[in-house]
Write a protein that binds this ligand. Structure first.
Ligand code: X2X
Length: 334
């Protein structure tokens, strides 16, 4: 038996080790989290992006991806990134509304008619306005290119939604955001605020009968297993800002900041294309798996929001200046 402990000194004698460079500790370790399944384009592109950042930094950065609420639900992750326990987080501008109310303006119901308007606004002055608000009022900042979630559709286990009256009293899960609550109250639904991490089980156990999300989320999170109907309402567009903790990012020298920003924004541009393709093609797949689809007349739903004072209320809350920035891209909304 080899004697490792030398009597009397207590020293441990081990053969000298040379640590291969690939396993040497990186100078900068970053944790990035999100709430979506690993199969969603967000995580396919995030994995690619992390590998590219680590390789191009020659091992100085270790960028770690934590998908699928591994570090906690959205509410947990938001508090983690605010404190610096988490360095980066992909987050809906609307859920960020609990912290930065102004960020919710991109979610205004039926505002963007198409992706031309969405990217025009978000890569243009409206997005710049929101990013300024985030940086000015929190410990966070947002990278320039917002990632895509998509146009949101309503699914239910009970009945197809054909007209706004069908939403009346519906127990529909919505993400934790003042804006979402207000919108579904305007529809006279019975909205329930639940983090995405708990949505599948909430639908399975009938805590909620309905939810709303883009098809790429419905399919990758397999919500079709617990929902029967999918009503194409396109009631709002939603994206994901990549948020960073300012202090933690400021640890990096400028050249590595530029490297990380370049890869995050480039991955976002590719993710936008992936998500668009998926959202356009998934209806057939979900139909084959038993989901029942119907189209809707957006004007009826928009009228309901108008009549409930939804646009007037939020115009006032966001302020005339921000509202004008939105309408610069969408045209007059009311
Ligand atoms: O929580 C949701 O429904 C999701 C995944 O779409 C968002 O992150 C807003």
């Amino acid at each position: 038996r080899r004697q490792l402990i030398i009597q009397g000194t207590g020293a441990l004698v081990l053969p000298a080790l040379t640590i291969p460079k690939a396993f040497a500790a990186a100078e900068f370790t970053f944790k990035y989290g999100n709430n979506l399944p690993v199969t969603h384009p967000m995580n396919v592109r995030a994995a690619e992006m992390a590998a590219a950042i680590n390789a191009e930094s020659k091992g100085r950065i270790d960028f770690q991806v934590y998908p699928n609420n591994q570090l906690g639900n959205d509410t947990d992750m938001l508090s983690q990134v605010r404190s610096g326990a988490l360095d980066f987080l992909s987050f809906s501008p609307l859920i960020l509304g609990t912290l930065v109310p102004a960020a919710q303006i991109s979610g205004v119901g039926f505002a963007f008619k198409d992706y031309g308007q969405v990217w025009g606004a978000m890569d243009g002055e409206l997005g710049a306005h929101v990013r300024r608000q985030i940086a000015a009022s929190s410990s966070l900042f947002a990278f320039e290119k917002i990632w895509d979630n998509g146009y949101r559709q309503v699914t239910t286990s009970t009945t197809a939604i054909n007209k706004p009256e069908d939403l009346k009293g519906l127990k529909i899960r919505i993400p934790p955001s003042p804006f979402w609550v207000s919108m579904f109250k305007a529809f006279e639904a019975s909205p329930q605020t639940i983090n995405f991490a708990e949505v599948y089980s909430a639908l399975q156990t009938k805590v909620a009968d309905a939810q709303e999300n883009p098809l790429a989320v419905i399919a990758t999170a397999k919500l079709n297993e617990v929902q029967k109907y999918c009503s194409l309402t396109n009631h709002m567009w939603d994206g994901f800002w990549v948020l960073g903790n300012k202090k933690s990012f400021d640890r990096l020298p400028q050249d590595l900041k530029d490297l990380v920003s370049r890869h995050i924004n480039a991955a976002g541009m590719k993710q936008r294309e992936d998500v668009k393709k998926l959202n356009d093609s998934l209806q057939a797949d979900l139909k084959a798996k038993g989901m029942v689809f119907n189209g809707t007349d957006a004007e009826l739903f928009r009228n309901k929001l108008r009549a409930a004072g939804f646009y007037a209320d939020w115009h006032k809350k966001f302020g005339a200046e921000a509202w004008a920035l939105l309408e610069k891209y969408t045209g007059k909304l009311v």
